[in-house]
Write a protein that binds this ligand. Structure first.
Ligand code: KIV
Length: 273
């Protein structure tokens, strides 16, 4: 059976479902700009999320709560126009989908129309949110669910600790995953939950699970790009594997440039006209 990642065809929600059926892992990453998005596409990722982690990565904020719909639209437009193969998913910011299903659908529609992204993601599985997801999927807006640790609820929980360690919370997360699939989600993101729980959920659902800090049994993985590239030096949870140390590399490169400018060795004759 061909590995679906080997084709240059656009990634669709249907392709992600097929990848799960064929036991082919789905690789996802966040991006917020065209420069990085293009590199991630070339590297072969299947899905790019323009996450509300924009607040932490780009805006230096402690929480994701302040991100606006306009900011997500701006960054998603740039990412979407930079790539052609990966599925591009836009995160719905806090308070753009929680008030009522009508407002949620309207905002999801604005995101899709203005950015031409392929899908939206939203946190939680309350009744109102499930209704909104049903309505969105019915009218052609694909939705990725997000449960486990949901950073937009930081003020309710007060911490970013692992979720679902006790039986009651684990059962709630498990049942929420099933409800999200029933409501029509094409995938469910599981954040910071025990690997045994995400294994159980991944076996139960027919749509893919995408994990972050949720162990190896998910159908796919996602990391925040600045974390895995070693750009966020103050954030070192155990679920992040650092594939590069760009903070140091960039600092050293710019120090060399600064020194070269200061001692007049840049530019040299070959770099001049
Ligand atoms: O906003 C974000 O980056 C996320 C992560 C969990 C991937 O939702």
């Amino acid at each position: 059976m061909p590995y679906l990642q080997d084709t240059h065809d656009k990634v669709t929600t249907e392709r992600l479902r097929l990848m799960k059926q064929r036991n082919q892992k789905i690789c996802c990453i966040t991006a917020y700009d065209g420069l990085f998005a293009r590199i991630f596409e070339e590297a072969g990722v299947d899905l790019i999320l323009v996450g509300d982690s924009l607040a932490n990565v780009f805006q230096g904020k402690d929480t994701t709560l302040s991100v606006t719909l306009e900011e997500i639209i701006y960054h998603t437009k740039i990412v979407k126009s930079a790539v052609s193969r990966p599925l591009v998913v836009a995160d719905m910011p806090f308070m753009t989908f929680q008030i009522n299903p009508d407002e949620a659908v309207r905002n999801a529609g604005i995101l899709l129309k203005e950015t031409e992204c392929n899908a939206v993601k939203l946190e939680g599985a309350s009744n109102k949110i499930l209704q909104a997801i049903e309505y969105m999927t019915e009218i052609g807006i694909p939705v990725m669910g997000h449960i486990g640790l949901t950073p937009q609820s930081i003020n309710k929980f007060g911490t970013y600790r692992v979720r679902g360690k006790d039986l009651e919370e684990a059962e709630k997360i498990y049942n929420d995953a099933i409800k999200l699939e029933k409501a029509g989600c094409f995938a469910v993101l599981l954040e910071k939950i025990p690997a045994t729980l995400s294994q159980r959920i991944s076996q139960e659902l027919s749509v893919p699970t995408i994990g972050i800090g949720a162990g190896q049994h998910c159908d796919g993985q996602i990391l925040v790009c600045s974390d895995m590239l070693g750009l966020s030096i103050d954030f070192n949870p155990r679920f992040v594997r650092k594939y590069a140390n760009l903070y140091d590399d960039i600092r050293k490169a710019v120090m060399s440039y600064t020194a070269d400018v200061q001692n007049s060795t840049f530019p040299n004759a070959d770099e001049s006209y």
